[in-house]
Design a protein around this ligand. Structure first.
Ligand code: AMP
Length: 507
């Protein structure tokens, strides 16, 4: 690891790095703990050359704050950086950074963001942060910079700053690292006595308590805040400075939470000021749509997901992706053991598509196969692969993992009964065999086929329905709590309207 303390040395080292090398940057004030380590580890794993800075920035300390006491264990910090694989450590002095007086050009983020939360009590803090981060960005010229969600206001302000000033740096945030007790790690925890450290757990505990109430359905900010404040009333050793629930991006106060919010607090434990926060996110529902072939499931699901900004969980595309993988590896479709092994190691990703003509972008083992899975060769083999137990088990598990994040529309035959039995919205989309036969007839005629027997088509559909509802694996069944929509006389828009209305009622 190279260590530099002067700007001229940093410039020299920085100029040696080739253009195509991806540079990751972790700015810190030192006294490194596991929270900082998590940022550095992420930088090491996601970029090619990691630069860490250690600089206790006088511009971000107020007059009566702890600038002089702030811990500066430089030797220990160097050893941590070395151990984690940092390539370059920049540890300048205040005179190098010319921050001894405020007689310098300052970066002024929007007043609305720097005067709320911590900014109300530390009026010059975020101007000092924005100024020094800009200066470091200009010196280090990284591609990606890593910050902790522990300082959520800082992250929101810096995100706004790079956006407003068009600074070509990608900001990555990392989750808060905590002690087992829940106390968020901070360089300032060193100031706490053993007793104070035990009391400080209250910050996280009260946030969790309110988060539980929120998850239980309480979305009114005043109610949530009074619950939070009440927790501190019982603990005379900890003085709450503020508790606020604000928009995660603009940091402006909210009255109800409809999407997501930042709940942030600051409290004094003795003379030590501690901060903590929790993001509150309204979980978007899972919409499960089951039904027989030809009822309009996939068109409806795709458009509905697009309208709601949800992911269309195209389960068919997942089975197609495995089929493509089997064929690409030249494995026999009947070789269930070899297929089970392939499936076990496969990494399938579905990414939302903005284009309504493309259901989803599909990747397998990082390779984009969105087009390849729609070929007739894949279509011909997919049902045989989908019937295999190992394939199904793995894909159902993957579908359920996608479900954990909410905000998906999934369609199939057993989505509401088997894959997502706890889905908030369940729909059985059906149409009479006669109506589906007529749609099929039109499709075939549009493809240039003539001489089609409608009665025969209807009989085929009835037979397929019978097989689908009696098959051993994934039979089509109506979930008890599903609502049935018969699409015979409905347009696609009308079906989508009905589902959207039902979903809104469930929320
Ligand atoms: P500081 O040294 O306090 O300026 O922090 C440097 C970076 O580490 C900032 O991006 C912080 O948000 C981040 N950080 C500090 N404490 C934690 C923590 N407990 N978990 C995750 N990141 C943290």
């Amino acid at each position: 690891m190279i260590i530099v303390t002067r700007i001229s040395q940093l410039n020299r080292q920085r100029n040696k790095i080739a253009d195509q090398v991806k540079i990751g940057f972790v700015p810190t004030m030192g006294a490194l703990h596991l929270g900082h380590e998590s940022l550095i580890k992420k930088a090491v794993s996601e970029t090619d050359f990691v630069i860490v800075s250690i600089f206790v920035n006088p511009l971000q300390f107020g007059e009566n704050e702890d600038l002089d006491q702030y811990p500066r264990p430089l030797e220990e910090d160097k050893a941590i950086c070395e151990r984690l694989g940092v390539q370059l450590l920049f540890a300048p002095s205040s005179s190098q950074m010319k921050t001894m007086s405020r007689e310098t050009t300052m970066v002024n983020p929007p007043q609305s963001m720097i005067s709320v939360l911590c900014g109300r009590y530390r009026p010059e803090h975020f101007v000092g942060v924005a100024t020094i981060v800009t200066k470091l960005f200009n010196l280090v010229r990284p591609h990606v910079a890593f910050f902790g969600e522990k300082d959520a206001q800082q992250v929101a302000i810096l995100n706004r700053m790079v956006e407003d000033l068009k600074i070509p740096i990608n900001i990555q945030t990392c989750p808060i690292i905590r002690e087992e007790s829940g106390l968020a790690l901070s360089s300032r925890n060193q100031y706490l006595t053993v007793e104070q450290k035990r009391e400080a757990i209250l910050l996280n505990r009260s946030l969790k308590l309110v988060q539980n109430a929120f998850n239980g359905g309480e979305k009114n900010v005043n109610h949530l805040l009074s619950m939070l404040i009440q927790q501190f009333n019982y603990h005379p050793h900890i003085q709450l400075q503020y508790a606020q629930i604000v928009d995660t991006k603009t940091l402006q106060p909210l009255t109800t939470i409809t999407n997501s919010a930042l709940m942030a607090i600051a409290a004094y434990c003795g003379n030590t000021r501690l901060i903590d926060n929790q993001i509150l996110t309204v979980k978007k529902p899972i919409i499960a749509i089951d039904g027989p072939a030809g009822a309009g499931k996939s068109t409806v699901s795709r458009r509905l997901a697009h309208n709601l900004g949800f992911l269309y969980l195209d389960t068919g595309a997942m089975y197609r992706a495995i089929t493509w993988l089997v064929m690409d590896n030249k494995v026999m479709v009947s070789d269930e053991n070899a297929i089970a092994q392939l499936v076990d190691q496969a990494n399938i990703e579905l990414l939302p598509s903005d284009d309504l003509t493309i259901p989803v972008t599909v990747k397998i083992n990082q390779q984009n196969i969105t087009k390849e899975i729609r070929t007739p060769a894949v279509t011909a083999q997919v049902s045989q692969i989908a019937a295999q137990q190992a394939v199904r088990a793995k894909l159902v598990q993957l579908q359920q993992e996608y479900g954990m994040q909410g905000g998906i529309v999934a369609e199939g035959r057993d989505i509401g009964t088997n894959v997502f039995p706890h889905a908030q919205v369940k729909i059985l989309l059906t149409a009479t065999p006669q109506a589906r036969a007529k749609r099929r007839l039109l499709d075939l005629q549009n493809q240039g086929e003539t001489n089609i027997d409608l009665a025969k088509l209807t009989a085929e559909i009835e037979h397929r329905d019978y097989l689908d509802s009696t098959r051993e694996i994934a039979p089509l069944q109506k979930a008890e709590d599903a609502i049935e929509i018969i699409t015979d006389d409905l347009t696609i828009e009308q079906v989508i309207d009905k589902i959207t209305t039902h979903a809104n009622m469930q929320n």
